[in-house]
Design a protein around this ligand. Structure first.
Ligand code: A2P
Length: 307
């Protein structure tokens, strides 16, 4: 296997005590028009700051929302994955983007709005934002990125880093290995950046866009389409890729999705992607799903960021 050389990264150039002020340049919805959920692509101008050219795709930035919580304390920092490639949004190193879902919850007949996500979602071009970071030292593309195949598994806004990683892999035009994006969302209207990924799929025979719509479609056995079911459902495409020793798996999104993926990989005999911590029972289905992480952890070929 080619050696996986992860790049050296700089961490917390700006800390919560010493944030930097950056300017919003754009803020637009990336779901289809009819979606009741609002997920936005927000781009910041970081020119003149020490973040320029020093944030890598896969890392996160911190946002400090203004104001205080109900107990009068300053709002805490929230981390958001960067969704623009290392070279910057549209190739401009002074532009950096993130992908934000407006969170709205109802509890005991009261509506709660997520503080940071709604603050970010309401921003207009020209508005100033306090930013920290970057953070994250492992969920990165290797320096020798073009030597590998990639299976990117994302649920919801977990797609953010993969947008940038896919742009980065294909931007020079000489990427020859295989790359698949396996994306999960509840309804068709929740597909994120669908035009971009469909276009990439059509343009590049070595890029495969595999969406899974969990609440509209059903597999022949009646179960839901989840990202991990694609390992079985697209076996002809994915199995030969997963069998190669230069393939890396990246997982980003809902906590719990990683267990389903590890279980499916093990069922298919693809044990190189997980490290066994504790002896597994003969029947993998005997392990309660919540306990799966007691038995396995990501191997050197697997990268996970779940929340
Ligand atoms: P569902 O909620 O139908 O069970 P979003 O962040 O936009 O809500 O999308 C998250 C997607 O991930 C949904 O399709 C959701 O399906 C799916 N999902 C929920 N739990 C898991 C899990 N443990 N493994 C994989 N996918 C999951």
């Amino acid at each position: 296997m080619a050696e996986i050389k992860l790049p050296e990264v700089e961490l917390n150039i700006y800390s919560p005590k010493n944030p930097v002020e950056v300017t919003v340049v754009e803020n637009y919805v990336v779901t289809l028009e009819a979606s009741p959920n609002f997920v936005r692509h927000i781009t910041f101008d970081i020119s003149g700051t020490d973040l320029e050219n020093r944030v890598r795709i896969g890392q996160s930035i911190g946002i400090l929302p203004p104001g205080q919580d109900s107990k009068g304390r300053e709002h805490k920092l929230r981390l958001y994955s960067v969704s623009s490639p290392t070279s910057g949004e549209r190739g401009k190193p002074h532009l950096i983007s993130t992908t934000v879902k407006r969170t709205i919850e109802e509890f005991e007949e009261k509506i709660y709005l997520g503080v940071a996500s709604n603050y970010l979602s309401d921003l207009k071009p020209g508005d100033k934002v306090k930013m920290t970071g970057p953070s994250g030292r492992r969920f990165l593309l290797p320096e020798n990125a073009e030597d590998f195949n990639y299976l990117f598994f994302a649920t919801g806004t977990g797609i953010a880093p993969f947008r940038g990683m896919i742009m980065e892999l294909f931007e020079k035009g000489d990427y020859k290995n295989e790359c698949a994006l396996i994306f999960g969302c509840p309804y068709r209207t929740d597909l994120l950046y669908p035009a971009f990924f469909n276009e990439m799929d059509q343009k590049h025979s070595n890029f495969h866009y595999l969406p899974n719509i969990s609440r509209e479609d059903r597999r022949p056995d009646g179960s839901k389409y989840y990202v991990q079911t694609k390992i079985e459902d697209e076996k002809e495409l994915l199995y030969p890729i997963l069998r190669q020793d230069n393939t890396l798996v990246y997982i980003c999104g809902l906590k719990g999705m990683e267990s389903g993926i590890y279980l499916e990989l093990l069922k298919q005999g693809l044990s190189d992607y997980v490290e066994i911590k504790k002896e597994l029972p003969e029947n993998l289905n005997d392990i309660p799903r919540g306990d799966f992480k007691k038995f396995v952890k990501p191997s050197v070929r697997t990268f996970e960021e779940v929340y």
